[in-house]
Design a protein around this ligand. Structure first.
Ligand SMILES: [Zn+2]
Length: 284
């Protein structure tokens, strides 16, 4: 332990020292930078946030600090950090509860994607790069299957390359992608891409390394993907059925048109607005 003050180098005196972050400073040295312990409220420990170097620099430049202001800033910073920590912990609780609630519904799971048929929600778990996401079933707009063909047996004639995907609708058209004659003997990738209404998409890989299509692994993964797609179809069909109908019933249309006509007559609507609205109601 040093027997001298770290700033001025004077002999250290008991009870006259102020412990800063990285050393001991005398009251006189503190006074030189504007810290007078006679004036300073006891609740402030300004020395806790000062270093020997800063005090030396301040003295060298004949500068003083405003201890009250510095202390207030410091306290404020601490408070903000605390709030931030609380926010993070509240977010974590929210995530944990959400995931537990989804899991309790025994969802259909593939990778990070959980199809919850009880809550009618799709939960996409967080990754290192992305935060978790929660969608309603109705947010799913479509999906696509991807099968990237490749040839392992070079003698095998590969007449055409069908790289990419087949857009599958809710009608189960995706099944067509799995059957039929293959003009290739292996795939380098097999995946499903889910599309959501906010331009978000999520790819689920079933095969991501070169795999022969006559292998057990290929058939297993193909079956798994098929089963998953059947569930996706179920969601999409339900979405279509639940879609609010844009065509009103004839009586309602007539009523609505009469109302519109009176709005037109009263001069509230213009001819063009009326015509546009009429077209919309009649679905023409
Ligand atoms: Zn000193």
């Amino acid at each position: 332990m040093s027997k001298k003050y770290d700033v001025c180098g004077n002999k250290l005196k008991m009870f006259k020292s102020v412990p800063v972050i990285d050393g001991k400073v005398c009251h006189d040295c503190m006074k030189k930078i504007g810290v007078d312990y006679v004036e300073l409220p006891l609740s402030m420990s300004i020395e806790e946030i000062l270093t020997v170097k800063e005090i030396k620099d301040l003295q060298a430049n004949n500068q003083i600090i405003d201890p009250q202001k510095r202390w207030a800033e410091y306290k404020n910073k601490l408070k903000q950090e605390k709030f931030k920590k609380e926010d993070i912990s509240a977010e974590k609780d929210k995530y944990d509860q959400l995931k537990a609630a989804i899991k309790a519904d025994e969802p259909v799971k593939k990778g990070k994607v959980y199809l919850d048929f009880v809550k009618k929600q799709i939960f996409i778990d967080k990754t290192i790069l992305e935060d978790y996401r929660l969608f309603r079933f109705s947010d799913l707009t479509s999906y696509k299957t991807i099968e990237s063909p490749t040839t392992i047996n070079k003698n095998h004639s590969l007449s055409r390359s069908i790289v990419g995907g087949l857009v599958a609708g809710p009608t189960g058209a995706v099944l067509g992608a799995f059957s039929g004659n293959k003009s290739y003997d292996a795939v380098s990738k097999m995946a499903v891409v889910l599309y959501f209404n906010n331009n978000y998409s999520k790819q689920l890989n079933y095969i991501s390394t070169e795999t022969k299509i006559d292998s057990m692994y290929y058939r297993d993964e193909q079956e798994k993907m098929q089963r998953f797609c059947v569930r996706l179809d179920k969601i999409l069909v339900e979405n279509e059925n639940n879609e609010p109908t844009t065509l009103s019933t004839p009586t309602n249309s007539a009523d609505e048109l009469r109302k519109l006509k009176s709005l037109l007559d009263d001069g509230i609507l213009t001819e063009e607005e009326f015509a546009a609205k009429k077209k919309q109601i009649l679905g023409i």
